[in-house]
Design a protein around this ligand. Structure first.
Ligand SMILES: *Cc1c(COP(=O)(O)O)cnc(C)c1O
Length: 385
C-alpha cells in the first residue's frame, strides 16, 4: 500500500462514520455501563472503566500515529502521570529503573517519593558512553528515556540505548511528549513502550489533561490493559473526544510550531541578553546529529538562559505580552515556564544546579501565532531585562 503523509493520517485515523446514523464523527459515549441481554451476555461492553468506544478510538488513533507501518496498541489514561504510573506498575517490588537525569519533574517525583516506598529504586544517569552498564544492577528491569528532554532539550540516541538495554533484557520506555508522533516515533528506533502526556501537543489546546501509552508488544499491551482497568486512572469520554478532534490538526499544528521555533532560534542566536540558547536544530547543539537521525524536525520548544538570573527571567516573562507565564506546553498559544521555580522546583536544588537548570533559564513553548508578532514580543521582552 502506498504510504500516506502525516496530515492525511492525522485527519483519517479512527475516522469511521457512525454505523447507525452515518455521522461523520463518532458520538461521545457518555455512559458508565451497558445493558446486557441476559446475565453476562453483552456486546463486548460491560462497564466503562474497562471499555468505552470513544476511548478505544483515540487509543487506536495514537497507536497508528506512533506506528503507522506495524500494528501497535494504545491505552489511554486520565493524565500523563497516570500513564507513567501505570507503566511502572508492571514492575515488581525490588526492581531497579535506570532513568535519564534530565527527566520531567513529576516523573522524578513519582520515582523518588512514591515508587521508593514500594521497593522500586531508580538510578539517574547522563547516559553517556559506558554509563548505562555502570548503573545497572542484577535487578534492573527498565530504562526510562525522554528525548528531547525537559527543559534542557537534550537528545538521547534511542536506537543505541535500546540495543544496549535489550542485550540486558530491560524494557525501554520513551516519553515522547516533547516531540509528538509527527516528529519522532521511538518504536521505530527500538523502544518497547512510548508514553505521552496528551495534555501537550496531541490535545494541543491547553484545555484537557490526558495520557497515552503505545506498544507493539502484545504481552506488554495485555499487562497495560489489565492495569488500566485494575488501577482505574481512565480518561473521560469527553476528553477522549476532544483529543481525537485535536489529532485531526496535529500534523499542521506541529509544522507551524516548528516553523516558528526555527525562525526564532535563527534570530535569537546572537542576542546579547541571552547567555545560552538550547534547541536541537542548532548545529552547535551537542545532540544535533542524533536528533537529525531520529527526528523529522526539531520541535516547538526552546530553552534560553537570560542575563540577570532569576530577576532577569522574571523581567523577561512579565514584559512579554504574547507568551503567558504558565506551566505546560504544546498548546496553540505561546507559553513561558521558569523551570527553576515552577515545573522543576521539586528536584533538590543541588541536582537542579548540577544538571544545568539555572535560575536564569526560561523554557519557551512556541505557539502557532504569526511569527512576526512573536518576534516583536520577544525582542521587546528581552529589552526589558
Ligand atoms: C506534562 C508532562 C508529563 C506529565 O503529564 P500530565 O498530563 O501533566 O500528567 C510527563 N512527561 C512530560 C515530558 C511532560 O511534559
Amino acid at each position: 500500500m502506498k504510504k500516506i503523509g502525516d496530515s492525511t493520517r492525522s485527519v483519517h485515523v479512527s475516522a469511521e462514520p457512525d454505523k447507525y446514523t452515518g455521522s461523520v464523527q463518532m458520538p461521545i459515549y457518555q455512559t458508565s455501563t451497558y445493558v446486557q441481554e441476559d446475565f453476562a451476555i453483552h456486546k463486548g461492553y460491560e462497564y466503562a472503566r474497562t471499555h468505552n468506544p470513544t476511548r478505544a478510538l483515540v487509543e487506536a488513533a495514537i497507536a497508528e500515529l506512533e506506528s503507522p507501518d506495524v500494528p501497535a496498541y494504545g491505552t489511554a489514561f486520565a493524565s500523563g502521570m497516570a500513564a507513567i504510573t501505570t507503566i511502572t506498575q508492571m514492575l515488581e517490588s525490588g526492581s531497579h529503573i535506570i532513568a535519564a537525569s534530565d527527566l520531567y519533574g513529576g516523573t522524578a517525583r513519582l520515582f523518588d517519593q512514591i515508587l521508593s516506598k514500594f521497593g522500586i529504586e531508580t538510578t539517574y544517569s547522563n547516559l553517556n558512553e559506558g554509563e548505562l552498564e555502570k548503573c545497572a544492577t542484577e535487578n534492573t528491569k527498565m530504562l526510562w528515556l525522554e528525548s528531547p528532554t525537559n527543559p534542557l532539550l537534550e537528545i538521547h540516541d534511542i536506537e543505541k540505548l535500546s540495543n544496549i538495554a535489550h542485550k540486558n533484557g530491560w524494557i525501554v520506555v520513551v516519553d515522547n511528549t516533547f516531540a509528538s508522533p509527527i516528529l519522532q516515533r521511538p518504536l521505530e528506533h527500538g523502544a518497547d513502550i512510548v508514553v505521552h502526556s496528551t495534555t501537550k501537543y496531541i490535545a494541543g489546546h491547553s484545555d484537557l489533561i490526558g495520557g497515552c501509552v503505545i506498544t507493539r508488544n502484545r504481552e506488554i499491551d495485555e499487562q497495560l490493559k489489565f492495569l488500566q482497568n485494575a488501577l482505574g486512572a481512565v480518561p473521560s469520554p469527553m476528553d477522549c473526544f476532544l483529543t481525537l478532534r485535536s489529532i485531526r490538526t496535529l500534523a499542521i499544528r506541529v509544522e507551524r510550531h516548528c516553523d516558528n521555533a526555527e525562525k526564532l532560534v535563527k534570530k535569537l542566536s546572537q542576542h546579547p541578553k541571552i547567555t545560552r540558547l538550547l534547541y536541537p536544530g542548532l548545529k552547535t547543539h551537542n545532540g544535533h546529529d542524533i536528533a537529525k537521525k531520529q527526528m523529522q524536525r526539531y520541535g516547538g520548544m526552546i530553552s534560553i538562559e537570560v542575563i540577570g538570573g532569576e530577576q532577569g527571567a522574571r523581567k523577561f516573562a512579565s514584559a512579554s505580552k504574547l507568551f503567558a507565564t504558565a506551566e505546560s506546553l504544546g498548546g496553540v498559544e505561546s507559553l513561558i515556564n521558569h523551570p527553576w521555580s515552577m515545573t522543576h522546583a521539586a528536584i533538590p536544588k543541588k541536582r537542579r544546579e548540577s544538571i544545568g537548570i539555572t535560575p536564569g533559564l526560561v523554557r519557551l513553548s512556541v505557539g502557532i501565532e504569526d511569527f512576526e508578532d512573536l518576534w516583536d514580543d520577544i525582542v521587546n521582552a528581552l529589552e526589558c531585562i
